[in-house]
Design a binder for this molecule. Structure first.
Ligand SMILES: [Zn+2]
Ligand SMILES: [Zn+2]
Length: 138
């Protein structure tokens, strides 16, 4: 029992060096080329699997596919991907890897702009309004 716990938490303390098939796109994901110790998503489609509670600990019991739903910029200007589990809704943030597909990264980043929650004309309207004298804040 003690031994299997150690196995489970193995990748928190040392790099994961296993190749695997991406369960979303079927791409073979190898540990080389990532430029990071923890390759936690497919560099081709950027999907991940819900296997970790803490990065690398492999202690989540879900195993759902995690969809890349957004990117954000960490304080060192580095991009990170927000993954959302399709099975349980868990959200997690993961550093991008050196060989991540740049087209996929960009398409995730601009997706909200391509599908705004209001008609684009409304922006012109708001801009016109704010040039007037009706700024009530401050
Ligand atoms: Zn993939
Ligand atoms: Zn999950």
């Amino acid at each position: 029992m003690k031994y299997s716990n150690r196995e489970k938490n193995l990748y928190q303390h040392q790099p994961c060096q296993e190749s695997f098939f991406c369960q979303n796109c079927g791409h073979v994901v190898s540990f080389t080329g990532a430029g990071t110790k923890h390759r936690n998503h497919c560099p081709h489609c950027l999907f991940s699997l819900h296997v970790d509670v803490l990065p690398g600990d492999r202690s989540a019991n879900c195993s759902g596919l995690m969809e890349p739903i957004g990117v954000w910029i960490r304080k060192n200007q580095e991009w990170a991907i927000i993954h959302r589990c399709r099975r349980c809704g868990h959200l997690s943030s993961n550093r991008i890897a050196a060989d991540d597909n740049p087209i996929m990264l960009m398409s995730i980043a601009v997706a909200p702009l391509a599908n705004p929650p209001f008609p684009l004309e409304k922006m012109t309207q708001v801009l016109n309004d704010t040039t007037g004298d009706n700024n009530e804040q401050d």
